[in-house]
Design a protein around this ligand. Structure first.
Ligand code: ADP
Ligand code: ZN
Length: 527
């Protein structure tokens, strides 16, 4: 650890060049840095990889005193501290995972005023008389990283963050800079309210990440789909992340990928701390590793050459998804994101929200987020449009050229009659059968089950030979996505959503059956 705090120039440009080695500020960094150096507070909304860290690191060096950075994850703090030290900045972290010696040393450096930057977890900040000690020091600024953790509307609520609400009263003269990649207006408002930033500016910048190519497809044959994606997306040097819905799935995915010869490693919250650290290290060391991870893997990854991110299940919200895919291509070079999902994912996610014990105000938001996510997955237009709209940005009109829908626009067709056939097959068989069976009925297959139930006698038997099995599945998925059909899905912990046990019809199916609604569907481009 450098013995002394920064005593170089206090000019932001010089600090940027001399300490960080960057020739110039990016986007709104300059504006934010000037504002904070001048004593101002505010909220920074920038996508992952947008360059939020410099917004507080530079002012912390330019202003007298210590910069206190609140950060939710130990791995994140350690990465940042290591990077700072390499640049010759006196930084330290205080968190629960430190060896007693390291903690004592960090505290000593802090007490003796030898630090430029101190990273602390929110609970540490509130503990051990830490705030009293800060009173005795000159604090250059408070930076609250991953600030959405303070809001229960955020997708990562952390109750410990609530301790930060006292900062505004307790240190009125010290700038507070909240930073997050989550920009949905409600969360942003909540952050500002809780951190006393309602009268302070919001700096919002560049949510589009044009170098990330976005694709989404129905999960029909997961391994094959992932295989062909990896062949295209991996450059053999950069890393990749495959997000899985459960720990068991993360383990299994890593296993079959290794069987395929990929350097794959699982990562999830159930792993031993040492294994997690080892996985983090390999990732940080620059190996061409594929992390097969749950969403526990994420915060604190500052690896510039992540070449691809794949989701194998439907994420709960566009905010979470965008943050996860935003980990790709931080170096600005081409990167890829693939989303695989199925109708069962939609049904399960909806049911979880419906059965949640959370207050209605919150489940309403969760429903809205899920619907936005479904809209992106099901979009027939440029996927960046529904995506950027979620972040309050107005997307440009033309094709982005970097999403599957722009690269090969999907064919749209009038699916009204097909939808009526499917819904009617469901109704006539008593809403007690799965999609496979309904497809057999529609396609006139005399399967054992069809014959056993006498479904070959139904008027709908054989009326749907114009579509193949995949075609019917695509129709069904789109009906589920629009809430015209519902699936009762059996959830088996740790496994992929099982095939729907049966297809049922909500009230929303009525207009379709009465011939009062028409439906435009997209013809899926099958990989
Ligand atoms: P965020 O915290 O918003 O996810 P980071 O602060 O980690 O983003 O920055 C992302 C990457 O961009 C880092 O590798 C960082 O070094 C780089 N970066 C940030 N600002 C600049 C700049 N002005 N010039 C060059 N590189 C930058
Ligand atoms: Zn597009």
């Amino acid at each position: 650890m450098p013995a002394e705090a920064w005593s170089g120039p206090a000019d932001p440009e010089l600090v940027l060049r001399q300490v960080f080695g960057h020739p110039e500020f990016r986007g709104r960094q300059r504006e934010i840095v000037d504002h904070v150096v001048g004593g101002g507070s505010g909220l920074v909304l920038m996508p992952t990889g947008g360059g939020k860290s410099l917004c507080y690191q530079v002012p912390a060096l330019c202003r007298p005193g210590i910069g206190v950075v609140v950060s939710p994850l130990i791995a994140l703090m350690e990465d940042q501290v290591a990077a700072m030290r390499q640049q010759g900045i006196a930084a330290a972290a205080l968190h629960s995972d430190l060896e007693p010696e390291a903690r004592a040393e960090a505290r000593r450096a802090f007490r003796e005023g030898r630090l430029d930057l101190l990273y602390v977890s929110p609970e540490r900040l509130a503990m051990d008389g830490m705030l009293d000690e800060l009173d005795e020091h000159r604090v250059a600024l408070f930076a609250v990283d991953e600030a959405h953790c303070i809001s229960q509307w955020g997708h990562h609520f952390r109750p410990e963050y609530r301790a930060l609400t006292i900062l505004a009263d307790r240190f009125p003269g010290v700038p507070r800079l909240a930073l997050t990649a989550t920009a949905d207006p409600r969360t942003a408002e909540d952050i500002r309210r809780l951190l006393g930033l309602l009268d302070e500016p919001v700096f919002k910048g560049g949510f589009d990440r044009p170098n990330i190519r976005i694709e989404a497809a129905e999960r029909t044959a997961e391994r094959q789909q992932v295989r062909s994606f990896l062949r295209e997306a991996s450059d053999g040097r950069g890393a990749g992340i495959i997000y899985c819905g459960s720990r068991a799935r993360a383990e299994r995915t890593a296993e079959w990928l290794r069987g395929d010869g990929w350097d794959a490693t699982p990562f999830h919250a159930g792993m031993e701390a040492a294994d997690k650290r080892a996985a983090h290290k390999r990732f940080a060391a620059g190996d061409a590793v594929i992390m097969c991870a749950t969403i526990a893997f994420g915060m604190g990854i500052d690896r510039p050459d992540v070449r691809f991110v794949c989701h194998t299940e439907l994420p709960k919200s566009p905010e979470g998804w965008y943050q996860e895919i935003g980990r790709a291509g931080r170096d600005g070079l081409p990167a890829r994101a693939l989303l695989l999902y199925a109708a069962g994912d939609i049904a399960i996610a909806r049911r979880r929200i419906a059965e949640s014990a959370a207050p209605e105000a919150q489940t309403a938001i969760e429903r809205m987020r899920l619907d936005s996510m479904i809209a992106i997955a099901e979009a027939a237009e440029c996927r960046r449009r529904p995506l950027l709209r979620c972040f309050g940005e107005t997307p440009s009109d033309g094709p982005c050229g970097q999403c599957d829908n722009c690269l090969s626009p999907p064919r749209l067709w009038d699916g009204t009659v097909a939808a009526q056939k499917l819904v009617s097959a469901c109704l006539r068989t008593g809403q007690r059968f799965g999609l496979g069976h309904l497809t057999d009925v529609l396609r006139g297959e005399k399967s054992e089950k069809v014959l056993r139930f006498g479904h070959d006698e139904l008027p709908t038997f054989g009326v749907g030979r114009d579509l193949d099995v995949q075609g019917w599945r695509a129709v069904a998925r789109q009906l589920v996505a629009r809430g015209v059909m519902d699936l009762h899905v059996e959830e088996r912990p740790g496994q992929a959503p099982a095939p729907p046990v049966y297809v049922v019809l909500p009230d929303a199916a009525r207009p379709l059956l009465r011939g009062e609604a028409s439906l435009t569907l997209r013809a899926d481009v099958t990989a």
